[in-house]
Design a binder for this molecule. Structure first.
Ligand code: NAP
Length: 297
């Protein structure tokens, strides 16, 4: 096995976020670089406090990073420091990938592309359907932007803080007139009928994740799910959350967050290198990393 030794030509990329110890992205991108013989490195870029974000970004520019991914909690916070956006990032109001062209930073949202691809590959036709999206953070923005592109008829945002769901509804209403938007609180009495009437249900909250401190395993009461629905949980650790297990028992089609994770990474890789990584290998790496996370937890 040959060892990669960086030199002064090595292009730098990374993942910018607050807490990154569980991220799979470095394994995916570094394997992609080595497989394709690209002189590049993908690093963990932990910025512990939001007040240092601007200086941190300036430092990445000074070090001539070719680009970086952005994760919790900076997907929206990074926007003021960018020079331009892709239309999907603008639609989502969130950025998960940055491209640095000679100091000019452009924001992209490859989560939108990743989720869209997952939904299409699952064979679910979004056009004229009704979705309940649980959560109102960065991931919810990407999911909703993706669904709008696929001509969804109606989306209901169900969130712990109803005010955040309402805010998101207003943002999307301003941008998009063909889709109907509404908000509800994450209370059984409010979401019960909404869940029953939905074709697609997407959990974008961290509830059910191994590292989630809340200890709560189910974000909603699964009693209202049925066999005509497609239930997606953006969580990929564990690969089958309690929500997906319960949805499966009800006969619903289910999907975890791994395809979106891999496809968003693939889209970022292509944006930076203009090349495509080996898809099967990335899937194997991601699944192996998730299995190792289970042991750590
Ligand atoms: P975020 O911006 O911090 O938003 C988190 C959302 O979850 C908020 O709406 C928050 O509600 C809600 N929430 C948090 N803790 C909760 C709890 N204990 N009970 C109920 N609701 C809770 O985070 P994000 O970027 O959207 O990411 C959310 C999740 O999606 C994470 O688990 C992340 O790993 C996953 N994700 C996966 C992929 C993928 O590729 N598969 C991509 C992106 C994100 P409030 O508004 O009330 O605070």
């Amino acid at each position: 096995m040959s060892i990669f030794i960086p030199n002064n030509e090595t292009k730098l990329y990374g993942l910018l976020g607050k807490t990154l110890s569980h991220s799979i992205s470095p394994s995916l991108h570094n394997t992609g670089f080595r497989d394709l013989d690209i002189n590049a490195l993908y690093l963990m870029l932990e910025c512990k406090e939001k007040e240092y974000l601007e200086d941190y970004i300036q430092s990445l520019k000074n070090l001539n990073f070719g680009g970086w991914n952005v994760t919790i909690p900076y997907k929206e916070a990074i926007i003021p420091y960018l020079n331009g956006f892709s239309s999907l990032a603008r639609d989502a109001g969130a950025v998960n990938t940055v491209l640095n062209r000679r100091g000019r930073l452009t924001g992209y949202n490859t989560d939108v592309i990743g989720f869209q691809r997952q939904i299409e590959e699952a064979g679910f036709v979004v056009k004229d359907k009704k979705a309940v999206v649980i959560g109102a953070g960065g991931a919810a923005r990407a999911v909703i932007a993706a669904l709008i592109q696929l001509n969804l008829a109606e989306v209901i945002i169900v969130n712990r803080s109803k005010a955040n769901a309402e805010e998101l509804v207003e943002i999307f209403k301003e941008k998009e007139s063909k889709t109907e938007f509404s908000a509800a609180a994450l209370k059984e009495s409010e979401y019960k009928e909404l869940l029953k009437g939905a074709d697609l249900i997407v959990n974008t909250t961290p509830v059910g994740m191994y590292s989630d401190k809340s200890q709560k395993k189910l974000v909603i009461n699964p009693e209202y799910l049925n066999e005509n629905q497609f239930v997606v949980d953006l969580i990929y650790n564990p690969l089958k959350t309690e929500l997906l297990k319960e949805a499966e028992k009800k006969g619903a089609q289910i999907g975890n967050g791994l395809p979106t994770l891999i496809y968003q990474a693939e889209a970022a890789f292509k944006l930076w290198t203009k090349e495509m990584p080996k898809k099967r290998k990335w899937k194997e790496i991601a699944e192996k990393a998730v299995r190792e996370m289970v042991v750590e937890d």
